[in-house]
Write a protein that binds this ligand. Structure first.
Ligand code: 5AD
Ligand code: SF4
Length: 454
């Protein structure tokens, strides 16, 4: 049997796409190889959102090309956002690449590879011929957790971001298709789903006038699916976080008290230059409303440091917002110019040393807030979805709370179980505790979606 290997770079959407690439290759009759060295079809699913993938990809491709010289029947395929961005140049940059495909063209990979992944045509498909990766077969056995793609592409024009150029305009998946997938997942034993889109809560707008629906209704419909105990979604754009979604979050038992709400900057001036379409006050008002309406909600965020023109005063605004909102978690990124975006050619690019120094201050602040937020959980009982043995100590179990914090704990349970854990200690990123006698799955989950808390 011919075998494939997929290497994934980048975000959750890419991880989801890779699962579909694997499923498609398995449908073609290929088996999975443990390493790319052993594989007949070697796939790299690339990302270009933050870092320059060139060096990393070049190193991987160098290795793949060397083993192709030993075995010329090996097929090398490059997919994902970098392949899309470099579509004109990819074959001249990397002559050993046989197939290149963008994130919307996974469905066509089979045409390029042919039955058994042997016959190859050199080529690619573009954004004008997109299909939902979600409609493709998924790889491997089902676990208790799954990602569900609700939309692809993005209609925003954030001046730093390459996503609209490589993933195209937003296209929502039809609600019936999403619910059919969620229902199937539930009957396969999945207990937690994460709805995935570049801007999940603008979902549904492009389905008008045929279908009148919005993201809050989708949350309610998923909540009604038997067997689904936890629903998360990522990432919402603050500009589209409207009342129906807040109400659905507050009222649906299985929608978790966790929101990843990208801030990007705390300076209204920089937010304007980023074309985020909200300012500092609007963001803070939204965060306050979410904390008020969804009891015990955990807020996470993305922040970019050193956007062109960012002064010390702008950065101080970011620190102030971070302190005020007191995020439970934060992903912090050093601004990196992406060619083809407006910000890449803006004057006043911030010197590298300044970006690094600001980043250090920001990380120190976000970590100290996260540390005290986690310490405040000590003594509580948290409902934990078990993932398996702890990564650092196999005698312990690992799982996540509804607020999405990792917990290492002493207990006896299987992956996929919902258990109660009493929290005994914490760090800035994890909690530690002991399984509590009552199984959380038997504890009534109240209408506010709050369960297993003291
Ligand atoms: N430089 C740094 N960070 C970026 N992000 C997106 N584009 C860039 C860039 N050019 C970050 C944003 C976004 C996250 C997924 O990646 O914070 O929310
Ligand atoms: Fe990029 Fe902005 Fe769209 Fe997010 S909302 S994918 S940052 S353009």
């Amino acid at each position: 049997m011919r075998r494939y290997h997929v290497t994934t770079f980048g975000c959750q959407m890419n991880a989801h796409d890779s699962e579909r690439i694997k499923g498609l290759l398995e449908d073609l009759g290929l088996g999975e190889a443990a390493t790319s060295e052993e594989a007949d079809v070697v796939v790299f699913n690339t990302c270009t959102i933050r870092e320059k993938p060139d060096t990393k990809l070049a190193a991987y491709l160098g290795e793949a090309a060397a083993s192709k010289r030993r075995d010329p029947s090996k097929v090398i395929a490059v997919g994902g956002c970098y392949a899309e961005a470099q579509q004109e140049r990819i074959f001249s940059l990397y002559p050993d690449v046989d197939v290149a495909f963008g994130p919307g063209s996974i469905a066509h990979l089979g045409d390029w590879l042919g039955a058994g992944g042997v016959g190859i045509a050199r080529g690619r498909f573009g954004l004008d011929d997109r299909a939902f990766a979600a409609e493709l077969p998924q790889h491997g056995e089902r676990s208790y957790q799954a990602w569900v793609q609700v939309s692809m592409g993005c209609n925003s024009t954030c001046s730093y971001c390459i996503v609209p150029a490589v993933r195209g305009r937003e296209q929502s998946r039809r609600p019936g298709d999403i619910l059919a997938e969620v229902t199937q997942l539930a009957s396969d034993g999945v207990r937690e789903i994460t709805l995935l889109g570049q801007n999940v809560n603008s979902w549904g707008r492009d389905l008008l006038p045929d279908i009148h629906t919005e993201f809050g209704e989708l949350l309610r419909a998923c909540d009604a699916v038997d067997g689904i105990k936890r629903i998360r979604f990522t990432s919402p754009h603050p500009k589209d976080f409207r009342e129906p979604v807040i109400a659905a979050m507050a009222e649906c038992a299985s929608v978790c008290e966790q929101i990843h709400l990208p801030l990007q900057s705390g300076s209204s001036r920089i937010l304007k230059a980023m074309r985020r379409t909200y300012d500092r006050d609007r963001y803070m008002a939204l965060a306050e409303k979410l904390r008020d309406r969804i009891p015990d909600v955990a807020l996470g965020t993305d922040i970019i440091v050193g956007f062109p023109g960012e002064t010390e005063a702008d950065f101080a605004d970011t620190l102030a917002v971070v302190k005020e909102v007191a995020f439970e978690s934060a992903f912090t990124f050093v601004y990196s110019p992406r060619s083809g975006t407006d910000a890449a050619t803006m004057a006043d690019q911030v010197p590298h040393e300044v970006k690094i120094e600001r980043m250090e201050r920001l990380v120190e602040l976000t970590q100290s807030i996260a540390r005290s937020k986690n310490a405040a959980r000590i003594g509580r009982i948290e409902e934990v979805l078990v993932e398996g043995p702890s990564r650092t100590d196999p005698t312990q179990l690992r799982g996540r709370t509804r607020r999405n914090t990792t917990v290492n704990f002493t207990g006896s349970a299987q992956a996929g179980d919902l258990v109660d854990v009493i929290i005994e200690s914490s760090t800035s990123t994890t909690l530690r505790g002991t399984q509590h006698a009552t199984a959380s799955s038997t504890v009534a989950t109240g209408p506010t979606g709050v369960s297993g808390r003291l």
